[in-house]
Design a protein around this ligand. Structure first.
Ligand code: AMP
Length: 132
């Protein structure tokens, strides 16, 4: 069965889309640690990120870098943190989280934002990405 992220990429499940390229897709985490928390995933479904081929892994990381730059411009923050867990969804993904301190990274603290706010943030990041 396709992973929930493959179904998002296929358009079967809605998401707040941020960006995509030939091999990768980025969308907002539905329960963000901070506004702008973005997930970057390879379109080719692979559970464990370190099982990606070198080519797929490099493509994902370069895409994540461009998305992270756009995120940092769209959402004021000191840094955009990058983390890989994969304990919940068996489809490789990188978390990009805007942070101002170490304490902002806490995978037990998830929030829920209004749909309009999520859409606004996704649009702001998408615009920065497109112009990069
Ligand atoms: P992990 O697999 O531990 O790296 O965490 C998976 C992440 O995916 C969590 O932060 C969830 O909030 C997020 N997530 C799960 N389902 C969705 C969804 N349908 N749309 C956006 N984010 C999701």
């Amino acid at each position: 069965m396709a992973s929930i992220f493959s179904r998002i990429i296929a358009g079967e499940i809605p998401c707040y889309r941020v960006a995509e390229d030939e091999n990768n897709f980025a969308f907002l985490d539905i329960n963000p640690m901070a506004p702008g928390h973005t997930l970057v995933v390879p379109k080719h479904e692979t559970d464990y990120i370190f099982d990606l081929s070198d080519e797929q892994y490099l493509s994902l990381q370069l895409f994540a870098k461009r998305v992270a730059k756009a995120l940092g411009e769209a959402v004021p923050c000191k840094r955009v943190a990058s983390a890989v867990l994969g304990m919940e969804v068996p489809h490789a993904h990188i978390h990009l989280v805007p942070i101002n301190s170490e304490a902002d990274i806490d995978f037990h603290k998830k929030h829920s934002l209004e749909p309009a706010r999520m859409a606004e943030i996704a649009k702001a990041i998408a615009e920065k990405y497109e112009n990069s």
